[in-house]
Design a protein around this ligand. Structure first.
Ligand code: DGL
Length: 267
């Protein structure tokens, strides 16, 4: 039987909309509900305890809205909080790390780079997952903290974005054959990152990989939505002023039908 309850997706800010976009493109019949915790962004420079607390709080909000599945569209929250939530009793939860790791291992010739927030890189979540999956792979992990504010500002392909990418990544050119974008903000900088690293490095977009994982989970749990004539409108909530988020969201989501961002007081 079809399950028409929404899928809940959250991130610290608007970066998780890259994940929402991929889920929407693959599964247009699914109703999607997005929460951007814009009052508390960034998560990437916060302590583990704080990120775990915010994550539980966000999941609680989505569950109260009646979602059938939660997508933690934030690598920082996936890295810090998901291992702490193994006993979670509510809606099933999908993170963003596993999909990226599997995709990277499939295509690499042995040298993988991982970039993410300070928290994600310091947590060693990717490094450990890659080591579990496959032996003998060389992994180079690097935090790129300035990328998140650039994306939140919409500065993804100007001189400043190119200069920052060069500063963080120029020395990885020729050193890694595969680069995992271990932050859901980074797919917005794909072109700029790709130019910096050159054609010899393939980028793994955690948004695409997470959408693939969501499909597998929906099938496993027999939770696919019924066919619709028209994709349901995306519901969009933020924890800070909606105006700014809406402008960036429109730029990121293009043609996708999304409701005006609505402020929610969950903190
Ligand atoms: N989008 C979040 C991630 O994937 C990071 C943004 C932040 O630092 O809050 O890690």
């Amino acid at each position: 039987m079809a399950d028409d309850r929404p899928i809940g997706i959250f991130d610290s800010g608007i970066g998780g909309l890259t994940v929402l976009r991929e889920i929407h493109l693959r599964f247009p019949d699914e109703e999607l509900l997005y929460l951007g915790d814009t009052a508390r962004v960034p998560y990437g420079s916060k302590s583990k305890d704080t990120v775990v607390r915010y994550t539980r709080n966000n999941i609680g909000f989505l569950e109260a809205e009646g979602v059938k599945l939660v997508v933690v569209a934030c690598n920082t929250a996936s890295a810090y909080a998901l291992p702490e939530m193994k006993e979670h009793k509510g809606a099933p939860v999908v993170g963003v790390i596993q999909g990226g790791v599997e995709a990277a291992v499939k295509i690499t010739r042995g040298r993988i780079g991982v970039i993410g927030t300070e928290a994600t890189i310091n947590s060693n979540a990717y490094q450990n997952a890659l080591a579990r999956f496959s032996h003998g792979i060389y992994v180079m992990a690097r935090a790129c903290p300035m990328f998140v504010p650039l994306v939140e500002e919409g500065w993804v392909d100007n001189d400043i974005a190119r200069a920052v990418a060069h500063r963080y990544l120029a020395d990885l050119r020729g050193q890694v054959d595969t680069l995992v974008l271990g932050c859901t903000h980074y797919p917005m900088l794909k072109e700029t990152i790709s130019q910096t690293l050159g054609e010899g490095t393939r980028l793994i977009d955690s948004a695409e990989e997470t959408a693939r994982m969501v499909g597998l989970e929906l099938d496993r749990l027999e939770m696919r939505a019924s066919e619709k004539k028209k994709p349901p409108r995306v519901r969009f909530y933020v924890t800070d002023s909606p105006k700014r988020s809406m402008e960036v969201a429109r730029r990121m989501l293009g043609q996708i039908d999304v409701q005006e961002a609505e402020y929610v007081d969950i903190i």
